[in-house]
Design a protein around this ligand. Structure first.
Ligand code: AKG
Ligand code: FE2
Length: 336
């Protein structure tokens, strides 16, 4: 399969003023819904360490992870246990372990941990906190772009609402039918935003589905372009999201898309198997930091000028998340 070159913009927060940063981020998230953000040296080093810890986690015996099954959004999700696309089909070729969600009252997670994470927990906590700090910078930019007080979105989030998913896609045996299989089937994330770290020397495979109009908007740096889902369905295509060392991918989730009345886009994405030139399908690791608004936040739609419309049908963040969970469980039951 041939794919177009990536139109996902690369933004360096250190080379622009805070208002330029807000404008660049808003332009990206209101068109393609994804951006590559340049990391500080410190965060880049922390991410590299987190990938070493991820290797320890998935190299240790499976039974260690099986003792920590996923509960309340934290813990282990078995290989092929689910499918991100809410339709029939085999489970995704991945295994993951989510760390770090906890309630408002607690200062850290009390989830059971396998030995690899227990011995590295202090370091993972530092990385989790750094990811949250970066999240706050992005949320500030979102607020400024929408003419809201800069702290508007940050005040509606907290670190313990964010889960760090260590994702492992094992190597796939070569052979008939091995090409183009879903490692993560097509889906949109559910929360406010996601920081997606790809391993620097790792295996690519992430693709984003973009409307032609979104690609045009980002090429011409058109700010805050509103596009309907119809445009997207009519004329779009899959683009690879390359691995750019020293950067993290940022993408918008469905809660933020709804909250901004569709202005910020939750873009469809997936990971497929693609063979290397030698015909092999090597393993891939990624780390996704899923950011959610605090449970009791009502997702009343915000217009581009910052006007908030109180709507009786608006869901709380918690109700929105539970509705997604229920839809996904129903789809899983229908396909089994
Ligand atoms: O592993 C990746 O690159 C993508 C993972 C992803 O999109 C997800 O888990 O939501
Ligand atoms: Fe995703």
């Amino acid at each position: 399969m041939t794919l177009e070159a990536s139109p996902i913009p690369l933004i360096d927060p250190n080379s622009c003023s805070s208002s330029e940063l807000a404008a660049a981020i808003a332009s990206a998230v209101s068109s393609v819904g994804f951006l590559h953000l340049k990391l500080s040296d410190e965060l880049r080093a922390q991410a590299a360490r987190a990938f070493s810890i991820s290797k320890e986690l998935f190299d240790e015996p499976l039974e260690h992870r099986l003792r920590c099954p996923n509960e309340n959004g934290n813990g282990h999700v078995r290989f092929q246990a689910n499918r991100l696309e809410e339709s029939k089909g085999a489970g995704d070729l991945k295994e993951n372990f989510v760390y770090g969600r906890h309630g408002m009252e607690e200062s850290k997670t009390s989830q059971p941990l396998p030995p690899s994470l227990k011995r590295n927990q202090a370091e993972v906590d530092v990385f989790h906190a750094s990811c949250y700090k970066l999240t706050c910078t992005l949320l500030d930019a979102f607020s400024v772009a929408l003419n809201l007080p800069p702290e508007y979105f940050v005040e509606r989030h907290f670190q313990g609402g964010c889960g760090m998913a260590f994702i492992n896609y094992p190597p796939v045996a070569s052979g008939a039918g091995a090409e183009g299989v879903a490692r993560a089937s097509a889906h949109k994330d559910w929360g406010s935003l996601t920081l997606l770290f790809q391993e620097e020397q790792g295996t690519p495979g992430l693709e984003v589905y973009l409307a032609d109009a979104a690609v045009e908007a980002v090429k011409s740096s058109k700010p805050m372009e509103l596009m309907s889902d119809l445009d997207l369905a009519k004329c779009g295509q899959w683009f690879p999201a390359p691995i750019i060392p020293g950067t993290v991918l940022v993408n918008v989730g469905l809660a933020m898309e709804g909250w901004t009345g569709g202005l910020f886009k939750a873009t469809l994405h997936r990971v497929l198997t693609h063979s290397a030139p030698d015909g092999s399908f090597s393993g891939r690791k990624s780390i996704a930091y899923f950011v959610q608004p605090s449970d009791n936040v009502v997702l009343n739609p915000i217009a581009p000028d910052g006007t908030i419309t109180i709507t009786s049908s608006a869901l709380t963040s918690k109700a929105f998340y539970e509705a997604r969970m229920a839809a996904s469980a129903a789809a899983a039951a229908a396909s089994s």
